[in-house]
Ligand binder design. Structure first.
Ligand code: COA
Length: 337
């Protein structure tokens, strides 16, 4: 089946993080905690947050402009926009519609948001692969952007230590040279354990009817221990399986670029693959968990810092609320970021 798909080229990538830094020490002003406690359990030292009127729209716009510039393509070349945010700054108009307008992408081009929390980028890539593979659209802009700080309960020291804001974007297009940059990709979900991470939107029933027992707060509620167990038991074997399907061995893949949720979770995947530190891209120390944006941020920053050499291959993996998870083995061509 997949053999018949048209090949996909990853043409350009970009990322953006807000300027404002909140360190672990800053968090001690909000509740009793310490840099040592947070760093040893998560690997996080600081995170970036939006401030004032800044939102995930601004971050997504900047990341998308950089990805477009790197791809050498123009807004007019984009024939579909997919945005992935855990909780977009507004439900509608969607992030994708807003970015279509702000980027000057022609106004008949379809644009929609896809919600798969921290797995959003891998889900969007799979959807884009389907569209391009079937010849429905030729060039798709994927934007993963989140302002987690706006849905964080800043009184909850179990969750607010983890999350940060940021955006990543990817331009994918039909590969005219016939080389497919997706060697394997798979996405999964298990709604039966969805209560591990929840964000329930506020909202009352019509005043003329009985009211619900509980009203959502719009903030992240998480059972950290269960999420941790889920991640370390599910993701490493899943990544190994995705590698098997790519036709490569784990030794043949140059880099592991995982979702940045917790350094110990990253290490559990690294240990399974028996990778040395230089093959594993981690920047959680400086950004925390930026949801769907964390993989493209780690990828592009990894290239900028010389940790990733392009003309290589990487296994990407994500997991998060839903629960959702996914992995992809991809080719990273020269010049994409
Ligand atoms: N500072 C100091 N103490 C803290 C604290 C903080 N920021 N947060 C919690 N504690 C305390 C708790 O109150 C608890 O105290 P108690 O034993 O007296 O009740 C103790 O530390 C242990 O708390 P617990 O929640 O069991 O810690 P943990 O070892 O599970 O670590 C996480 C918490 C959140 C770091 C960890 O569970 C985790 O990273 N989970 C994965 C979450 C994740 O990745 N989510 C996103 C997925 S996309």
């Amino acid at each position: 089946m997949t053999d018949k798909l048209r090949p996909l080229k990853i043409a350009g990538l970009g990322y953006c993080v807000p300027e404002t830094v909140i360190t672990n020490d800053d968090l001690t002003k909000l509740y009793e905690t310490s840099d040592e406690w947070i760093y040893t359990r998560t690997g996080i030292k600081e995170r970036r947050v939006v401030s004032g009127n800044e939102t995930a729209i601004d971050l997504g716009l900047d990341a998308a402009q950089k990805a477009l510039a790197k791809s050498g393509l123009k807004p007019e070349d984009i024939d579909c926009v997919i945005s992935a945010a855990s909780v977009p700054p507004q439900l509608y108009p969607t992030l994708a519609c807003t970015l279509q307008d702000k980027l000057g992408i022609p106004n008949q081009v379809p644009a929609f948001d896809l919600t798969a929390a921290c797995t959003g980028l891998i889900y969007a890539l799979q959807v884009a692969r389907g569209f391009i593979g079937a010849g429905i659209y030729k060039t798709i802009l994927i934007v993963a952007s989140d302002n987690n700080s706006k849905i964080t309960n800043w009184e909850d020291r179990g969750t607010s230590i983890l999350f940060g804001d940021g955006a990543g974007a990817m331009v994918v297009t039909e590969a005219e040279d016939g080389i497919d940059d997706i060697l394997s990709i798979q996405i999964s979900a298990d709604g039966s354990i969805g209560q591990m991470i929840q964000t329930n939107m506020p909202g009352q029933c019509c005043p003329l009817v009985e009211q619900a027992d509980e009203v959502g707060t719009g903030k992240i509620i998480m059972n950290g221990k269960d999420v941790y167990k889920f991640a370390v038991t599910t993701v490493p074997a899943y990544v190994e399986d995705c590698i098997k399907k790519s036709g490569l061995t784990s030794e043949e893949i140059d880099y592991l670029i995982p979702h940045q949720a917790n350094q110990r979770i990253i290490e559990s995947i690294q240990n399974r693959l028996k990778y040395t530190d230089d093959k594993v891209i981690s920047n959680i120390k400086y950004y925390g968990n930026t949801s769907a944006a964390s993989i493209p941020i780690a990828l592009v920053e990894g290239v900028e810092q010389g940790k990733i050499k392009l003309g290589s291959t990487a296994v990407l993996c994500g997991f998060g609320a839903g629960m959702t998870w996914g992995a992809a083995v991809v080719r990273l061509r020269k010049g994409i970021c």
